[in-house]
Design a binder for this molecule. Structure first.
Ligand SMILES: C[S@@+](CC[C@H](N)C(=O)[O-])C[C@H]1O[C@@H](n2cnc3c(N)ncnc32)[C@H](O)[C@@H]1O
Length: 236
């Protein structure tokens, strides 16, 4: 496979790798990815009966983990453009008997198919670097949040400590595409992962965009020495 994957149609690539996506996540992150997603829940407000929207939900790990561990979330909706990813997610939701609390549908994070002031929290994990213009998505998050609601974005970032960054870049550039190819036969998909991570803005640059979208109390919380970061912001 020698095609170049663009951000605008990266979701098609996720359709292709959907069946192996969860397994690869576990292998490539040494099993850490679930605890990173769970950590998002620590930064929710503790209000009762929260309705959550998860953008670029993929195979629905975020809504599943958050609904299981945080009873203050009474309902969660996940949207994604990749139908095959959603099908895997639907099966997991059924397996965990969470159909009453979680629903999934096709939808674009750049044009969220919900009215303004609809959600208490909006999350996006490892999704925003896959869209051409992150600011458009942030503005959409802001639009659909209720006043006092919170947006939480988990995304890969660059560790600040030099030797950790060198090790991480080596892992991203060589081990990830190699392992991805061995396990899925799709070298381009995992080369795309490393390109999209290295080129994506992180830290204060990302926080500035979040503020520009209208959010207040914007904060960046590094995860595992900054390999990933949780960004949060509130709608005033
Ligand atoms: C790396 S996966 C992350 C999936 C999930 N959030 C997780 O934490 O495992 C990125 C997802 O973004 C989706 N995606 C890409 N562009 C999108 C868009 N414009 N709107 C909605 N989903 C999109 C892809 O289809 C894919 O499922």
């Amino acid at each position: 496979m020698t095609e170049t994957i663009t951000k605008a149609d990266s979701w098609k690539m996720f359709n292709r790798i959907a069946r192996r996506y969860d397994m690869l996540n576990s292998i490539l992150s040494f099993g850490l990815h679930k605890s990173w997603r769970k950590r998002i829940g620590r930064y929710f407000t503790r209000n009762e009966n929260q309705v959550l929207l998860d953008l670029a939900t993929g195979t629905a790990d975020v809504p599943i983990i958050l609904v299981k561990h945080f009873p203050e979330i009474s309902k969660a909706i996940g949207i994604d453009l990749a139908k095959e990813m959603l099908t895997i997610g639907e099966n997991k939701i059924a397996k965990f008997r969470l159909r009453e609390k979680i629903s999934l549908s096709e939808g674009d994070a750049r044009q969220i198919p919900f009215n303004e002031d609809s959600f208490d929290a909006v999350t996006m994990s490892f999704g925003i670097r896959n869209v051409e213009d992150p600011l458009i998505v942030m503005r959409e998050m802001y639009r659909v949040l209720k006043r006092g609601g919170r947006a939480l974005i988990l995304e890969f970032s660059m560790p600040a400590i030099f030797f950790i960054r060198v090790f991480y870049l080596f892992y991203l550039r060589y081990a990830v595409p190699g392992l991805g190819f061995l396990l899925t036969g799709d070298y381009e998909a995992y080369k795309y992962l490393n390109h999209s991570v290295e080129k994506f803005p992180c830290g204060s640059v990302f926080c500035d965009m979040f503020s520009e979208a209208g959010f207040v109390n914007v904060k960046a919380v590094p995860v595992l020495f900054g390999v990933a970061t949780i960004y949060l912001g509130d709608k005033d």
